[in-house]
Design a protein around this ligand. Structure first.
Ligand SMILES: *Cc1c(COP(=O)(O)O)cnc(C)c1O
Length: 429
C-alpha cells in the first residue's frame, strides 16, 4: 500500500516510510491510496471471528506485504491484550468501553500498534534509531509511555506542562524509566506543543530521526477502526441501523470509523460530539472552516481548536457536502451540560461515565431523535478514574482505584525540568 500526502507536494511512500516519517515532507498528513471493501462473507460471519482475526482482516490491506503475516498477527495480539465491552446503558443505547487497556485510555490501542510496527522496522538496527517526541496535555503521554516501553530502537521523549496534568497522569509518564524520558515544561500545553513542532522543522535535529506518536501517524490512527468492527459484531443481533457518537478532539477516532464504513461496515450515521471547541460543528452549520485557539474544558483531551484529522475526513467526502451531511453530524456541549449529563447517566441508568463519554452521550441522544429505530453507541474513551477530580464531586461518590492505576501510584516520579526550546534540544543531544 502506498500513502500520499494530503498537501499533494511530496512523493508517495510505503507504509514503513509513512510510519517512520509521521508527516510528509510537505507537512501534509498521509492518506492510503486506496480503501478496498471487505467481502460480504466477512460481515455475514463476523460473529464467528475473534477480535484478533477481525483486526487482521481490517488492517491487512493498509500494511500490505511490508510486515510478514505472522509478525502482523503477533503485533495485533499484543495490541489487543484487553477487552472492548459494549455495555447497555439505556434502552437502545450502549457504551463502547475503550478504557480497559494498560493506561485506561483508548489511545492504548494506537500506541501499542504503532510502537510494535516501529520496533519491527528497527529490528536489525543497533542504536536508538528513532526518537518519538510527543507533547501531552494528559492522556496521550501515558498511553505512549506504556505502549513504547522497552520497544527496540526507539527512544521516547514526552513533554508535559508542569503542574497542569493530574497526579495519575503524571505518574503514568514519569515512572516507567528505560527508554521513556519525561520533560516537565515550565509552561502550558501550547508551549510543549510549540517546542515539538519546532523540533520537527529543526534541520540540526535531523540525526535524531524524530517522529510523532499522535493520530497524525497512520500507525496510531488506523488501528482505531477496530473498535467499530468489534461493536458491530456485538450489536449485529439487533438487526437495526447503528449510530456511533465519538467524543472528538483531533477527530482521529471518528475518521477511523469512517474508513471502516468505506470498507463495508454497515454504520448508518456518525456523530462527532465536541466540547466548546466547536470548529467542526460550526463548519457543518455555516460551511466555513475557521479554527480557533483551544479553550480549556473538563473534557480536556478534546480541547483542540484545529482538529488535525478533519482534513482526512474531507478527503473521503471530497466536495460532496450533501453525502457528508447524510453520514455525519456534529454537536457541541459546554461544561455545564456535560456535568448535567454525567449526573443524569448515573442517576437514571446507574452508569458511571466521565466527561468525554458524557459529551458523546449527549450528541448521541440528540441524533437518535432523527433515527428512532437505530441502536446508538457512544464511545467511552477513558476510565472515570482518569478524571476523578470531575467525576467524584459531581456524582458524590468515591471511585475504587483499578489495579493498572495502583501500580503506578507507588512508583517515584523521574522528570527533567526545562523552560526553553534550547534546553529541550540540549536534552535530545
Ligand atoms: C484523545 C481523546 C479523545 C479525542 O479523540 P480524537 O481521536 O482526538 O478525536 C477523547 N477522549 C479521550 C479521553 C481522549 O484521550
Amino acid at each position: 500500500m502506498k500513502y500520499y500526502s494530503l498537501n499533494h507536494n511530496a512523493p508517495k511512500v510505503s507504509f514503513q516510510e509513512a510510519v517512520i516519517q509521521g508527516l510528509a515532507s510537505d507537512k501534509g498528513l498521509y492518506f492510503p491510496e486506496s480503501i478496498t471493501a471487505l467481502p460480504q462473507s466477512f460481515f455475514d460471519t463476523i460473529e464467528n471471528l475473534s477480535n484478533e482475526e477481525i483486526a487482521f482482516e481490517a488492517i491487512q490491506q493498509f500494511v500490505g506485504d511490508e510486515i510478514p503475516t505472522e509478525t502482523l498477527k503477533q503485533i495485533i495480539s499484543e495490541t489487543l491484550c484487553f477487552d472492548f465491552p459494549v455495555v447497555p446503558v439505556e434502552n437502545g443505547i450502549y457504551s463502547l468501553e475503550l478504557f480497559h487497556g494498560p493506561t485506561m485510555a483508548f489511545k492504548d490501542v494506537g500506541a501499542r500498534f504503532m510502537s510494535r510496527c516501529l520496533g519491527y522496522f528497527n529490528k536489525d538496527k543497533k542504536d536508538n534509531t528513532n526518537t518519538v517526541l510527543v507533547a501531552t496535555s494528559g492522556d496521550t503521554g501515558g498511553a505512549v509511555a506504556s505502549g513504547f516501553l522497552a520497544v527496540q530502537g526507539v527512544e521516547v521523549v514526552i513533554l508535559y506542562p508542569s503542574g497542569k496534568v493530574s497526579d495519575i497522569q503524571e505518574r503514568q509518564l514519569t515512572t516507567l524509566g528505560q527508554n521513556i524520558k519525561a520533560l516537565e515544561v515550565d509552561g502550558v500545553f501550547d508551549d510543549c506543543q510549540d517546542m515539538v513542532k519546532k523540533a520537527f522543522l529543526d534541520e540540526s535535529l535531523k540525526h535524531k530521526n524524530l517522529t510523532s506518536a499522535n493520530s497524525i501517524n497512520i500507525a496510531r490512527w488506523l488501528p482505531q477502526m477496530f473498535y467499530f468492527f468489534f461493536a458491530y459484531k456485538a450489536l449485529k443481533f439487533h438487526n437495526k441501523p447503528l449510530v456511533f457518537s465519538c467524543p472528538s478532539g483531533n477527530f482521529g477516532n471518528i475518521c477511523a470509523g469512517i474508513i471502516a464504513k468505506k470498507m463495508g461496515l454497515n454504520i448508518e450515521h456518525f456523530v462527532a460530539s465536541t466540547n466548546v471547541n466547536d470548529t467542526v460543528p460550526r463548519f457543518l452549520t455555516n460551511g466555513i472552516y475557521d479554527p480557533k485557539p483551544s479553550i480549556a474544558t473538563i473534557s480536556n483531551a478534546m480541547d483542540v481548536g484545529n482538529p488535525s484529522n478533519f482534513i482526512r475526513i474531507q478527503e473521503m467526502y471530497g466536495n460532496d457536502l450533501a453525502q457528508f451531511k447524510k453520514d455525519f453530524s456534529s454537536y457541541t456541549y459546554n461544561d455545564e451540560e456535560t456535568l448535567e449529563a454525567l449526573k443524569n447517566i448515573y442517576k437514571t441508568d446507574g452508569y458511571i461515565a466521565e466527561p468525554h463519554g458524557a459529551v458523546g452521550y449527549l450528541g448521541l441522544k440528540k441524533e437518535l431523535e432523527n433515527y428512532p429505530n437505530a441502536i446508538g453507541v457512544f464511545l467511552e474513551t477513558a476510565h472515570p478514574i482518569k478524571f476523578l477530580d470531575v467525576v467524584e464531586p459531581a456524582l458524590g461518590i468515591k471511585l475504587p482505584i483499578p489495579t493498572q492505576i495502583e501500580s503506578v501510584l507507588n512508583k517515584d516520579k523521574v522528570s527533567t525540568k526545562i523552560k526553553t526550546y534550547d534546553e529541550m534540544k540540549a536534552f535530545l543531544g
